[in-house]
Design a protein around this ligand. Structure first.
Ligand code: ACO
Length: 330
């Protein structure tokens, strides 16, 4: 049976940097508060002047991953994009990326699983490769959260950002690759984090002059606690299924939402922060793009060696959470 191996990584972030000091001029906040409570120092925000849509960033990240993998567009069978901010309600960002890449032999679609979108996509691609229905796939996380951010809400606008990351996943019978994937959700908690517009319950045509805000809404405190609990649980599940202990894991790459969530999970798992990759200080929370961006940086910095055990964990709107245990094989 073929196994799914990550054979290339890539990422792309907007050029424009928005610092905590810039945010001090927009809302009632301070660099000190944001740094202490979140670990974020700056983030990247798309600019309408640049060619920086969700699909543009996703395609750029994909091209870098394909270059590393030595995969041509025509070799791709499948393109899956985790996103909650495609450029249009439809078609899928994945189809727009397929067009930019000229990957004419692939089928393409989006997954909406909040910040877990990339790991949901990786899980699906893993299964598809294992049953022999796909040889080469692109899994992308791409977001333009700035488009749904309420820039007057200091509780959320200091956290969110834009960017994209991608991996090429290929079928191979060699040792290693994706060892396990776990994906979970709990729809009863959807109201902890959602967008208040877009296919709204009451059709726009019936709502008269009632202009609805289309912003992201979040209950930060309650999410924080669930994030720590669920990320810990799904990491433990991945370890158990693979008969591994924390000491076996060479690198943990968690969703980059808040450094305090990451530290709490690392503490629960008894994993030293030296083995946890973080870049939340540079990019903020880029939702489904955060893990593939972090993975690409870790890979290009040479932090992953062949045969290393790599654990990816995500948590997001839905609520959704997910993990993937990988034996690095590049
Ligand atoms: N600047 C200054 N003060 C602020 C800011 C800000 N940007 N935001 C909130 N405050 C104030 C609040 O008004 C509150 O003031 P009060 O005590 O006078 O009422 C005080 O700071 C404390 O607010 P809390 O919400 O309790 O602060 P907390 O320490 O919980 O941090 C945060 C808030 C950063 C949002 C945290 O709860 C968090 O990170 N939650 C998880 C969010 C998250 O990860 N969301 C995404 C998960 S899924 C995904 O990634 C899409």
């Amino acid at each position: 049976m073929p196994k799914a191996h990550i054979v290339g990584t890539g990422s792309s972030v907007p050029r424009r940097v928005l610092t905590n000091f810039d945010l001090e001029t927009i809302v009632d906040t301070s660099d000190k508060w944001i740094t202490r409570r979140t670990g974020i120092v700056e983030r990247r925000i798309c600019s309408s002047a640049e060619k920086e849509g969700t699909a543009d960033l996703g395609a750029q990240a994909a091209l870098k991953a394909m270059e590393m993998a030595g995969i041509a567009p025509k070799d791709l069978d499948m393109i899956v994009v985790g996103t909650v901010t495609p450029d249009r309600q439809f078609p899928a960002a994945a189809c727009m990326i397929q067009n930019q890449l000229k990957a004419e032999n692939a089928f393409a679609f989006d997954i909406s699983a909040g910040c877990s979108g990339f790991l949901y996509g990786l899980s699906l691609v893993n299964d598809t490769i294992r049953v022999g229905s796909c040889k080469n796939a692109l899994v992308i996380g791409a977001e333009r959260l700035s488009s749904i951010t309420n820039w007057t809400d200091r509780g959320t606008c200091v956290l969110l950002a834009d960017g994209a990351g991608a991996v090429v996943v290929s079928a191979d019978t060699k040792k290693g690759g994706i060892l396990s994937s776990h994906i979970q959700s709990d729809g009863s908690l959807w109201e902890l984090l959602y967008s208040s517009y877009g296919n709204s319950f009451v059709p726009e045509i019936l709502s008269g002059l009632d202009t609805k805000p289309f912003y992201l809404k979040m209950e930060g405190n309650r999410l924080f606690k669930r994030a720590v609990e669920y990320l810990t649980a799904i990491a433990e599940k991945a370890l158990k299924e693979n008969s591994l202990s924390c000491e076996d894991v060479a690198l943990l790459v968690p969703h980059q939402a808040n450094i305090r969530i990451i530290q709490a999970v690392a503490k629960n798992l008894n994993i030293s922060m030296e083995k946890v990759f973080t870049n939340v200080e540079k990019y903020g929370n880029t939702s489904s793009a955060s893990i593939p961006i972090a993975l690409d940086e870790a890979n290009r910095q040479g932090l992953l060696k062949k045969d290393d055990y790599l654990l990816l964990i995500a948590f997001g709107a839905g609520l959704t959470w997910a993990s993937s245990m990988i034996r690095w094989s590049i």
